[in-house]
Design a protein around this ligand. Structure first.
Ligand SMILES: [Mn+2]
Length: 355
């Protein structure tokens, strides 16, 4: 049985409360993080315990962490790499001691994810995140901060923290000499270094794919397709080295056969983000309701493939549409994600009963 969860940004950061999440049918756990921490910092045991207590006191549990962010020094093999890896290991150790066994992370340079619009209006009046390559091509990365902040409803967008956006120029300079092979080698170095602590505490590392699944602003991308997974899973061929199957990110490239990728990665899938996208043209897509018929993906086929490979880790609906007048962080309102969770569980119940 899979573990249906919702992402939760923590008290003070999220517009959605744990009391509301608890009322979504079938959701027993949340995926969360210590939002105030910076990449490269070690998470304190007491802070993890406090977060855990807060969540458990409200009838839910921590099903996994999204994310423990990897510092730029680790990604570029900078002078602080050893210190930052040591801190990452400390964090994993503290999570393991608190019985937390799944950690999502990504290895994307500079930008975690990119959209050209955070509130495109769909025919039914819902607003969604959208991507248009022509808009991105015309965008000056130096003005990314202003364009994202003006679109985000006043919420701090994950991966787009203000202090990070303030130093975009320096960040781009850091990656000037990093090509995709170097970035990949640094990822493998990182994974090997954290291997012992992952194995000691049975922590499953789940790398999130790049979003969108192609290079933007001249920055390298290394987790974009099946071939990336062949390379990654072989490079460190251990159960702890796994993936986050994010249908919305991998699905930005219509050439990615999600069912095939699920069958290839099998038990190395440690976490699943399941959502739908609607393709308008090869250069333009928008996020859709989870329902297959609202977008371009076959959500039944995706859930069936996860069932067929025996996936039983945490799963969550991803970016929801903004509907019913809700005021929330783009992609992370309550209503549409709750609909998504119910729909995915409906598909899953039918699959189980037919097999
Ligand atoms: Mn995702």
């Amino acid at each position: 049985m899979m573990d249906m969860t919702l992402r939760y940004y923590g008290p003070g950061y999220d517009s959605v409360s744990l009391e509301h999440i608890r009322q979504v049918p079938g959701v027993k756990g949340v995926i969360t993080t210590l939002y105030g921490t910076k990449p490269g910092e070690a998470w304190k045991l007491e802070e993890i315990q406090e977060l855990k207590k807060y969540i458990e006191a409200r009838g839910l549990r921590i099903s996994g962490i999204e994310s423990v962010n990897v510092s730029d020094a680790i990604k570029i093999a900078g002078p602080e790499r050893d210190r930052d890896i040591e801190n990452y290991i400390k964090t994993l150790e503290n999570l393991g001691r608190e019985d937390i066994h799944m950690v999502c992370y990504n290895f994307m340079p500079v930008f975690d994810w990119t959209r050209s619009e955070l509130a495109r209006v769909r025919p039914d009046g819902a607003t969604v995140l959208a991507y248009n390559q022509d808009v991105i091509d015309k965008l000056d990365p130096d003005h990314m901060k202003e364009s994202i902040e003006s679109m985000s409803n006043g919420f701090v967008m994950p991966g787009w923290e203000p202090d990070r956006l303030d130093s975009l120029k320096e960040l781009f300079a850091l990656y000037a000499d990093i090509d995709s092979d170097t970035l990949f080698a640094n990822l493998v170095f990182f994974l090997k270094a954290i291997g012992p602590v992952c194995e000691k505490y049975d922590i499953k590392m789940a790398i999130h794919p790049d979003d969108p699944a192609w290079p933007i602003f001249g920055l390298p991308r290394i987790i974009t397709c099946k071939a990336s997974y062949e390379r990654l899973l072989r490079a460190v061929d251990k159960p702890y080295n796994g993936i986050t199957l994010c249908t919305g990110s991998l699905g930005t490239d219509p050439n990615n056969d999600l069912v095939d990728i699920i069958h290839y990665c099998k038990d190395r899938i440690h976490f699943a983000h399941v959502r739908n996208l609607k393709y308008n043209t090869p250069r333009d897509f928008e996020e859709a309701a989870h329902l297959s018929s609202d977008g371009s993906m076959d959500m039944y086929a995706i859930m069936k493939a996860l069932f067929d490979v025996g996936f039983n880790g945490p799963i969550r609906p991803d970016h929801g549409r903004m509907i019913w007048g809700e005021d929330a962080m783009p992609g992370y309102g309550l209503y549409d994600r709750a609909l998504g969770a119910a729909y995915l569980q409906g598909l899953y119940e039918a699959i189980v009963k037919n097999n």
